[in-house]
Unconditional design. Structure first.
Length: 105
């Protein structure tokens, strides 16, 4: 599992290769595809204060967020603790479903 922060020409991005993550089985068991779009939705639901300042450019095989390096550093910390924890992912999915949030995966 690697979450990468990139800086290029004054623009910062955070990427995560989807698939092969410790939390994938929990995502699939909840009826979702553990792809970049799922992780984008999870970020938007779980950390709306961070997500509102970011742009997303995810794909099926990769999650990608673009924004300030400080916001992306906050996201890296938050997301890093979740992608390695099936329990945390199940909790977020459960809260999202209870609130009516729909993942676009």
């Amino acid at each position: 599992m690697t979450i990468n922060l990139h800086d290029f020409d004054g623009e910062s991005s955070l990427t995560l290769n989807a698939g092969g993550l410790a939390a994938d089985a929990a995502v699939a068991a909840a009826g979702h595809e553990p792809n970049g779009y799922f992780w984008e939705g999870l970020v938007q639901f779980a950390w709306p204060d961070i997500a509102e300042g970011l742009d997303f450019d995810s794909e099926a095989g990769m999650f990608c967020a673009v924004g300030s390096s400080s916001e992306l550093a906050r996201l890296k910390t938050a997301l890093g603790s979740v992608i390695t924890s099936p329990e945390a992912v199940r909790d977020i999915i459960g809260r999202a479903q209870a609130s009516g949030f729909e993942f676009d995966d």
